[in-house]
Write a protein that binds this ligand. Structure first.
Ligand code: ZN
Length: 104
């Protein structure tokens, strides 16, 4: 079996006739600053948007092999449809700022 040498794939920005990847990203609305480095996963209660949530064992699902669901410690919401967000370090800071203001 002869191994095919892989050709360099032509980047989309060349195919679509842009001058640079930056311009392509701009035109496509892609942020050139990708989420590099640390990202933080935030989980929020879908009801009250508190991040004071945790996994709890659920009796209702035990038979189905699941057995875990989310619980909000603030409003006592329970379920699997937790809101998940992936934040960069910068976004996390903004998130914390907003949260700080929101607390009475
Ligand atoms: Zn809640």
């Amino acid at each position: 079996m002869a191994k095919k040498k892989e050709k360099m794939k032509t980047p989309d920005w060349i195919i679509e006739g842009y001058d640079s990847p930056a311009e392509y990203n701009k035109a496509k609305g892609i942020k050139s600053e990708k989420k590099v480095g640390k990202t933080f996963n935030i989980r929020e209660c879908p009801k009250c948007h508190s991040d004071d949530v945790g996994l709890v064992l659920s009796n209702s699902d035990a038979e189905q092999g699941g057995g875990k669901e989310w619980e909000c410690r603030k409003c006592k919401w329970k379920g699997k449809d937790i809101d998940e967000k992936e934040l960069t370090e910068k976004e996390l800071m903004e998130y914390m700022d907003k949260k700080g203001e929101g607390v009475a």
